[in-house]
Each structure stands twice: as C-alpha cells, then as structure tokens.
Design a protein around this ligand. Sequence first.
Ligand code: SAM
Length: 235
Amino acid sequence: MELERELSLSLEGVTALACWEPRIGEVFTLVGDGPIFYRARLATLGSRQAVVVPFERFTLAPESPLEIVVYQALPEKERFELVLQKLTEVGVNRIVPYVSRRSVTLEERDAGQKKSHRWPDVLLRAAKQCRRGMIPALAPVLGWEEMLQEVAAADLRLMLYEGETYWSLKEAMDRQNPGRVALLVGPEGGFEADEAARAQAAGVLPVSLGGRILRTETAAILGAAMIQFALGDLG
Ligand code: SAM
C-alpha cells in the first residue's frame, strides 16, 4: 500500500469502515493484507464507496495474534462500562456478559436508569482511542448454561476462582499455545460452589490470582492482561 496516496475501498471495506462511524477527515486504523496496519485519513464516504489516504504504517500491530474472550458475570452500576473500556485496551476480541446466581440480571441492571444501550459506544470510543484495528464484539447477555456451551469452543478455558484451586493463572498458562482463550470472571458475590463444580465438569480450569480478593472488574482486567502478556502481544 502506497503512503499519502488516495485509495478506494472495496464494498467489504466500506461496510467494515461504517462500523466505526467515522467523519470526513477523521484518522482511523486501516487493516491491509497480511494483516498490515496503517493510520489513514478518511477523504470521502458514501453508502457504497469510500476514499481513504493511508499515511503511516504501524511498527507494532494493534491486534494480538491471540484470541481472548472474556465472560463477565454482569456487575452492578458502572463497573461493566469500565470492564468494556479496559478490556478493549488490553486487546480482547469478544466480551460476553452472563448471569450467574449471585450476579444481577440485565433487567435489574437497567432498572431505574437504562444504561446498557451505551455499551457499544463505550467499546467504539475505547477502540478508537487505542487505535485498534477492530472493535471487540459484545455478545448479548447469556444465561449460565448458554455461556458454558460457548466456552467449550475455546482451546484454553480458565475460570478466575477465589476458592481453593490447584493452579495459579500463571501456572495454567505455562507451556500452552492456544489460539483462543476463554476467561470466566465471577460476580461480586463470587461463584456458588456448585456453579464452580459445574464449570469444572464442563472443562473449565479454576485458577487463582493470589491471596488478595479483587473486585470483579479488577480481576477481569488483570486476568486478561496476564493472558495477553504470557501468550499474546502485551509487553
Ligand atoms: N465473594 C467473594 C468473597 O468475598 O470471598 C469474592 C468474589 S470477587 C469480589 C469477584 C470475582 O473476581 C470472583 O468470582 C473471581 O472470578 C474473581 N477474583 C477476585 N479475586 C480473585 C483471586 N484472588 N483469584 C481468582 N479470582 C479472583
């Protein structure tokens, strides 16, 4: 791709670009073959055509070769927005809120003042700010069993568990070379013992983050960052 030269995007490229809701003149991350990442400026945008001007090639890719999916028990208040923002910066691919026995439900979360409609915008802003090449996918809120079914597709399945575990997260990642990692994070009240047992029976390994009990949002952000550090592109 030649720098400082106008480039017409394919229809597929125009569709991908539209997800970023860009304005004319805005700078964004363009994903070329390879993938090679460029900073580019939007020159014109129509419903089926777009012209962009790539002007700088990234020296370090903003997307990790590792696919990380975080399953977050739905927390109260604004904590989920913090989780969405920070996990985007850490470079996760997909975030799946789910309901467990001690978490809130979406209805409880949205009671009083509805906030969940803001979540896609939180992801978009965070992805733009840290110059990602993709916006992390946000799944609808899943029930416990639906969540476990989806987790089964990952190569490495981990559950942050503050109860008794045989492994730390660090040990569980040793000598692993997964393509996709699933990370389960419990609600503020923790997993119930039978939920932890059910997840383990479904092939999810309970792991510890050490002796301090962390807030659920801290555990999610730290856990994803440690995985990205050990197996992905952080650091
Ligand atoms: N209710 C629990 C208690 O008071 O013992 C604490 C739950 S903790 C606030 C919320 C979630 O964060 C947990 O379910 C777990 O997924 C994760 N977590 C927090 N600290 C952790 C640790 N030290 N090791 C592993 N997971 C942890």
